[in-house]
Design a binder for this molecule. Sequence first.
Ligand code: GLA
Length: 392
Amino acid sequence: MQTLDAGDPAAHARAVAARFRDVHGRHPDGVYAAPGRVNLIGEHVDYNGGLCLPMALPHATYAAVARRDDDRVTVRSGQQAEGFDGRLDALGPGRAEGWATYAVGVLWALREAGWDVPGMDLVVDGTVPLGAGLSSSAALECSVALAVAAAAGVDVDAAVRAELVRACMRAESEVAGAPTGGLDQTVSLFAEEAHALLLDCRDWSTRQVGWDPAAAGLDLLVVDTRASHTLTDGGYGSRRRDCERAARQLGVELLRDVDDQQAALAALDDDVRPRVRHVFTEIDRVRTSVDELERGDFEALGRTFTASHVSLRDDYEVSCVELDAVVDVALDHGGLGARMTGGGFGGSAIALVPTEVAAGVREAVAAEFDRKGWTPPAFLTAPPSAGARQLA
Ligand code: GLA
C-alpha cells in the first residue's frame, strides 16, 4: 500500500538548497515552503463568494532563491525535466510552458501589481503529489511568491500575504489558464498548524478554527485516487460559467448574494438549478460544520461531510466512480463521514475515521481498487499543518 510521507521540512529545505548549489555553484539567499491543502468542506463555492473550510497539508513545495545582478529569471525543478530561462520583461501569458508557467506567472503578476521584481534564480522541489487535487500548483505559486518577496526586499505581513494571494490567483488564471477561485492560495499562505481556516470568499476575511483530529481520537485520511484530475480541461470552467450565468439571470454579482433562495431556484432553468442548489446548500453546510467542529460533535460533522459529497456527486456532478468508491468504502468500514475534496473529476477524497479503524479503512479502499482493476490509490495522513513560511 502506498503512503505518501511529507518528510521533515528542515531536511527538504537542506536538500533543495544543496540542489541549488549544484545547479548554480553558489548558495541560495533563502528557502521558502508553501503547503498543499485539503478542503474540509465548502467545495465549488469560492468563485461564488461562498464560505470554505480548508486546512494545510504537511506536504509542501520548497523554493530556494538567489537574486541575480541582471534581468534574467531561471526556474528549475527537482521533479520535472524542463525549466524556464528568460528575461523579466518576457514573463507574461504564453511565454512559459508546462509546470513553469505557475512559477513564472507569479513574477509576472507581481510586476503587473507594481512590484520592483529583480532578476533571480529559483530551484523548487516538493512533496505535494502532482495532479492529485491537493493544490500542488498553489503550493508552487505560494512558495515562489514568498521567494520573490524576499528577493524584492519586501517584509511579508498579513496585508502582503493577501496581495500575494491575488498575484498567485492571476498567475493561475491568466498565465497557466486555470480559472480557479482563490481557496487554494489563501489557505497555503494563511494556514496555521492545528487549525482549519474559515474563509469568506466574498470579502476574503479569514478565521482560524481549532482542529486537532488526533486529540479527538480521529484520523483525517486523504486518499489520492490517482484518477486523472486537471483544472484546465473544461469541466471546472464549465461549472464556473453555469454559476455566472445563473447569477446574471438572478440579477446578483455572486450566488452568495441571493436573498430568497427558494424563489431563485424556482426561477432557474432545469439544467442549472441543481448546480445552484449545490452552491446554496454547501455554503450552509460550511456554517453547520464550523458549529459541529467547535462543539466537538464529530459524528454530526462526518454526516455533514458525506452530505457535501452527495451534493457534489448528484447536483454539481463533479465526482467520479473512484471518488464515490472511496466514500462508500470508508462509510461501510466505520468512517464517520467522507467526501471528495478539491475540484473533483478525479483527484482526492477525505474520510474522517476513528483512529482504531483507520488501517482497516485504508486496506478496504486498496482492496476495492484492486478488485475494480484501477490504479492503486495512495494514502496521506494529514495533521493540519502550517502555512507558507521561510525555512532557511
Ligand atoms: C479547485 C480550485 C479552487 C476551488 C476548488 C473547488 O481546487 O483551485 O479554487 O474552486 O477547486 O472547491
